[in-house]
Design a protein around this ligand. Structure first.
Ligand SMILES: NC(=O)c1ccc[n+]([C@@H]2O[C@H](COP(=O)([O-])OP(=O)(O)OC[C@H]3O[C@@H](n4cnc5c(N)ncnc54)[C@H](O)[C@@H]3O)[C@@H](O)[C@H]2O)c1
Length: 335
């Protein structure tokens, strides 16, 4: 199978490496306006270089991976769909919900599969958690805790263009809470703090946040995020039901130090980067995309799925800035 890649920055180059190692992928065609990035991927992974996204689509590709900067996602996704080529697009669908909804409307009846890159859906721990909830072994849930703590903040230019921590980072928690529990979020109450890098506050953003989400069956989900977690990249989820409790990410590389006497857990080297924490999940995600391209399965994360996580991020952003609970319906109506 011949796969095109549009965008070879941080995640695009990583996806190029993963794709080049998948047995289903026989050739890669890559493009990036920053031509050195495309040339370097071509050299490292034996890819062909195309001088534009149009040239990638004209090069007989079976599927394309969009890993370009977020602003470019809608145009590149629509070009692939128009060419009838299945597309994997990194999250988010678009920079704003308005543009994301426009993409959804434009592709609704196109009959071309689109997979959005919420990689946690392919992590073995989250997959097991979803199965445990679905089996009923936990009983009805009452509490979910979802945590994403980054070791260090991104640079100022990234923060300024990110749309804020809820849209950029917590959106992964929001997607995985929906996917693991199978429930929708109806209301959020969010707050944030700024005790770290000054440029985050200057950009009008928080460096540390907490949000309480109320799910449509009354379960409470507590989401905790920070750009400052010196011990490492900490991604975890706890699910507490009336019959049992489970945890994702409670393994030896968890970046947390126990002070309990006689306890040696966790004993491993802490995860220090999301690409390290989720390397296997990214591989499983792109393997799934090759199955989508081959027509063996539908998209495991549609544009509509991805937009739902986006609405929760919008509600949390409004809640943070207005200091009040916000329903997801309110932000949907306002857009
Ligand atoms: N799912 C995840 O875990 C995850 C992780 C990181 C990034 N992302 C997403 O991936 C996207 C890229 O992030 P990044 O960190 O790699 O950014 P980056 O800035 O490192 O790379 C973006 C690349 O896109 C290229 N580009 C811009 N416009 C283009 C176009 N029209 N066609 C082709 N290439 C174009 C740029 O030249 C650059 O090389 C973002 O949307 C981000 O949200 C997702």
């Amino acid at each position: 199978m011949r796969i095109g890649i549009m965008g070879l920055g941080r995640i695009g180059a990583f996806h190029a490496e993963t794709l080049s190692g998948l047995p289903a992928v026989t050739s890669l065609v890559v493009t990036d306006p920053f031509t050195d990035a495309a040339k370097s991927a071509a050299e490292r992974f034996g890819a062909e270089v195309a001088d534009s996204p149009e040239a990638v689509l004209a090069a007989g590709v079976d599927g394309v991976v969009v890993a370009a900067a977020t602003d470019a996602h809608p145009g590149l996704v629509l070009a692939a769909v128009e060419a009838g080529v299945p597309v994997f697009c990194e999250k988010p669908v678009a920079r704003t919900m308005r543009e994301g909804v426009a993409v959804l409307e434009a592709v609704r009846d196109a009959g071309v599969e689109i997979q959005i890159g919420y990689n946690r859906r392919f992590d073995a721990g989250f997959v097991a958690a979803r199965a445990a909830v679905a089996s009923g072994e936990l009983g009805a849930l009452h509490t979910v805790r979802s945590t994403t703590l980054d070791p260090a903040p991104p640079p100022p230019a990234y923060v300024a263009a990110s749309g804020g921590i809820f849209r950029d980072c917590s959106v992964h928690d929001f997607d995985i809470i929906r996917w693991v529990t199978g429930r929708e979020v109806v209301e959020v109450y969010a707050t944030g703090g700024n005790r770290g890098a000054d440029y985050i506050a200057a950009a009008g953003d928080a460096d540390t946040t907490a949000a309480v989400l109320t799910l449509d069956d009354g379960t409470l989900a507590v989401v905790s995020n920070s750009r400052h977690n010196a011990r490492g990249h900490d991604v975890r989820m706890e699910l507490h039901g009336f019959r049992d409790s489970i945890a994702v990410g409670l393994e030896d590389r968890l970046p947390l130090r126990s002070v309990e006497p006689g306890t040696s857990f966790p004993a491993g080297t802490p995860h220090d980067f999301f690409m390290d924490r989720f390397a296997a999940a990214y591989r499983a995600e792109l393997t799934a995309f090759t199955e989508v391209v081959a027509g063996r399965r539908p998209s495991p994360c549609t544009v509509a799925d991805a937009l739902e996580a986006g609405w929760i991020a919008e509600a949390c952003t409004l809640s943070l800035h207005s200091h009040r609970p916000v329903t997801v319906e309110e932000v949907r109506r306002q857009s």
